[in-house]
Design a protein. Structure first.
Length: 87
C-alpha cells in the first residue's frame, strides 16, 4: 500500500478513536470509513471488527471500550505500515 493510502488510514483511525473517546455518534461511520480505507492492510480486519461492534450495540459501554481497543490496535498497525514503507 502506498504511503498516502497508509496515511489516510492513520488519519481516519485517529478520528474514529477520538470519536469513541468522546462517545460521539459519528464513531461508527468513521470506523466503517477507516475499515474500507484499510482494506488489504493488516489494520483492515481489526478496524472492520470495531465498526461491526459499534453498529451492533453502540449504546453499551463494554462494546465502546472493546471497539476503542480494536481501533487503537488498527491505528498502531496502520502507523507501523506507514513507517515501514518510509524506509
Amino acid at each position: 500500500m502506498s504511503a498516502p493510502d497508509s496515511l489516510r488510514v492513520v488519519a481516519l483511525a485517529a478520528q474514529a478513536e477520538m470519536a469513541l473517546v468522546r462517545r460521539d455518534t459519528v464513531a461508527g461511520p468513521l470506523l466503517a470509513q477507516a475499515a474500507r480505507a484499510a482494506d488489504g492492510m493488516p489494520a483492515g480486519h481489526v478496524l472492520a471488527e470495531a465498526a461491526r461492534l459499534v453498529r451492533a450495540a453502540p449504546e453499551r459501554e463494554a462494546v465502546r471500550q472493546a471497539a476503542l481497543s480494536l481501533c487503537r490496535m488498527g491505528l498502531q498497525d496502520a502507523q507501523a505500515d506507514l513507517l515501514g514503507g518510509a524506509s
